[in-house]
Ligand binder design. Structure first.
Ligand code: HBI
Length: 356
């Protein structure tokens, strides 16, 4: 049993926890808090005003949310708005240094990396996205070069997108598998979930679903209203079945009995999307592209199909071959490496290495 640590988790400044606008980081913070508490550590979470995180010691910090690194220019990304929630969260962390042994930064922002230099206590950086925003690429590359053990990532592919990426600690992720029951039977429908915006590529999934004559169940927060309006105008309500933003714990009701899950990102910015593991956990094969992070957890021809990027016809052909796949094999493929226990071991080993 490792010695119990006092751990401060400092969340993303782009959105409150529980809103869905924080993307995968929301789940990362929640599961990191869960696994460390389960392993006997004391965890406090610091997050923007309005955050919700049941059964957690949560400190809500007021202030102006940070523009998203995905859509902001480099200047906007670096600039801290007046009464910045990012700055306020890290001022709180600095003041609390006598109350924790190690802090974990979940923000894809410059400030927390700069803080590392002025804190007496170690800060671990769990990087949520692959290399976007030049100043972040430089900063993360530098951190990897000088303090490599302080930088953790969700996949090898994500790590290698950065300079010195080989030095990153890859901790993947961990699913609370009880929240994702196994569905042995499939109905003739498809599923897609994620932030609804161009870079997530919903338009490719819809085109492929239409080619197969199968409805597509869509879940997620609408980030680009115009983009989504155009898709709703182009596809009927039968074809595009929109269910709104669904919390991870309820996702399986919409996803679990679908024939296949489509993962069709236009960009390479993902760390390791939760939805891939969540679909496999329910027994749902994943159809996606052969490049990108998904190749690290999808086995082509076994737990899904990986096809040529951006081709709806290739996606459609793969969907038609899905009945050949074994849904139980999809579930098994995540039970070992992506369970909460496995993630907890990797996360604890990383943090213990920072405090020794
Ligand atoms: N942008 N500035 C900034 N900081 C973040 O932490 C951040 C972001 N954009 C997206 C994001 N985090 C999360 O949605 C990740 O899960 C991708």
């Amino acid at each position: 049993m490792a010695r119990p640590l006092r751990v401060l988790l400092v969340s993303t400044p782009v959105a409150p926890l529980g809103s869905g606008h924080g993307g995968g980081v929301e789940q990362s913070v929640k599961n990191m808090a869960l696994v460390l508490t389960q392993r006997g550590h004391r965890v406090q979470v610091v997050a923007p005003q309005g955050s919700k995180l049941p059964q957690c010691d949560l400190v809500r910090i007021s202030g102006t949310l940070q523009p998203s690194a995905i859509t902001a220019t480099s200047a906007q990304h670096l600039r801290l708005p007046k009464n910045s929630v990012l700055e306020n969260m890290w001022r709180y962390a600095h003041a609390q240094q006598n109350c924790f042994d190690v802090a974990v930064n979940f923000a894809y922002d410059h400030l927390p990396f700069e803080c590392s230099l002025f804190f007496e206590k170690p800060i671990g950086h769990l990087v949520s996205m692959a290399a976007i925003q030049a100043p972040m690429i430089r900063m993360i590359g530098q951190q990897l070069k000088l303090f490599k053990n302080t930088v953790a990532m969700h996949s090898r592919t994500q790590a290698l997108s950065f300079p010195h990426g080989k030095k990153a600690v890859v901790i993947y992720m961990g699913l609370d598998l009880e929240q994702f029951p196994f569905y042995s039977k499939a109905k003739p429908e498809l599923a897609w979930t994620g932030r609804i915006c161009k870079e997530k590529g919903l338009h490719y999934a819809l085109a492929a679903a239409q080619l197969c004559g199968l409805p597509l169940n869509v879940m997620g927060v609408v980030e680009d209203r115009d983009y989504f309006k155009k898709l709703q105008a182009r596809y009927s309500k039968i074809q595009l079945k929109y269910h709104g933003f669904i919390a991870n714990t309820r996702l399986h009701h919409y996803l679990g009995s679908c024939q296949a899950f489509l993962f069709t990102p236009v960009w390479h910015g993902d760390g390791l999307p939760w939805v891939l593991a969540e679909a496999l956990a329910c027994g749902v094969p994943v159809i996606s592209y052969r490049d990108g992070v998904q190749k690290e957890i999808i086995t082509h021809g076994k737990t899904g199909y990986l096809v040529k990027r951006g081709s709806s016809t290739a996606l459609a052909k793969a969907i038609q071959n899905v009945p050949r796949l074994n849904r139980r094999a999809c579930r098994k493929s995540v039970e070992k490496t992506l369970s909460l226990t496995a993630f907890g071991q990797r996360a604890e080993r990383w943090l213990l290495g920072l405090v020794e």
